[in-house]
Design a binder for this molecule. Structure first.
Ligand SMILES: C[S@@+](CC[C@H](N)C(=O)[O-])C[C@H]1O[C@@H](n2cnc3c(N)ncnc32)[C@H](O)[C@@H]1O
Length: 217
């Protein structure tokens, strides 16, 4: 099996289970047109995020790493009627593209994109949150995990993306991103308030994986 096969299967799975979605498709097209990197979650992972957030009745969602708002739209759709999502993004240009995409999806009232470094913005985020999606610079994952945990209510879920990095996660001498992921795993393992697993994935976005953390009741 190669990357081409993984993409073909992803294409099949999405076409089998997910009808075309004009707002999400347009978000990707406009993000590309604006020159943003093509590193949004895949459509099937986006839907998984939505389903997970729905399963905890998410009223408050925190996202770190907005890019063009693709995952933001998936997550905001999971919110309860009175729900709100705050997304933190370092690049002002990404935030601007995201706000347009989010508005076109009819979610502007429920989503706030804040611009700055995630570690600087986190202390200003209001809790409690029901769901967090961590998908920014991986070197800061330890701080993002700790910040999301501090804000989380009992029973909240935290999902961290890109924790496998083509297998690089097993290298203790890896780059700053790998070291950030490994340090986060150490913190999670030593944290009695959570239970967690990590799952590797292949697909249209290559070989990677996510970590799923549940804050205990
Ligand atoms: C993988 S992309 C996010 C993709 C998005 N969650 C999606 O799936 O549609 C990572 C984003 O994190 C942003 N980022 C990088 N460093 C950051 C930091 N220190 N604080 C906040 N955002 C950061 C990048 O500019 C980029 O837009």
């Amino acid at each position: 099996m190669s990357g081409k096969d993984w993409s073909r299967v992803d294409g099949y799975l999405v076409s089998a289970l997910q009808p075309p979605d004009p707002a999400l498709d347009a978000a990707l097209v406009d993000s590309d047109a604006a020159g943003l990197p093509q590193i949004a979650v895949a459509a099937n992972q986006g839907k998984m995020l939505m389903l997970l957030a729905q399963s905890v009745g998410a009223r408050r969602i925190l996202e770190i790493g907005t890019l063009g708002g693709y995952s933001t739209i998936w997550l905001a759709r999971a919110l309860t009627a009175d729900g709100k999502l705050v997304s933190l993004e370092y690049e002002a240009k990404h935030a601007e593209v995201a706000r347009r995409n989010i508005a076109r999806a009819g979610l502007a009232e429920r989503v706030e994109v804040r611009v700055g470094r995630g570690v600087d913005l986190l202390p200003g985020v209001e809790g409690p949150i029901d769901f967090a999606f961590i998908d920014a610079d991986k070197a800061s994952n330890p701080e993002y995990f700790e910040g999301a945990l501090r804000l989380s209510r009992p029973g909240a879920l935290i999902v961290v993306d890109n924790v496998v990095r083509g297998g690089g996660v097993t290298d203790p001498a890896g780059d700053a991103n790998i070291r950030g992921i490994r340090r986060m795993f150490e913190l999670i393992a030593a944290e009695p308030r959570v239970e967690a697993t990590a799952v590797q994935t292949v697909g249209a976005k290559g070989w990677d994986g996510f970590c799923l953390i549940r804050v205990k009741d």
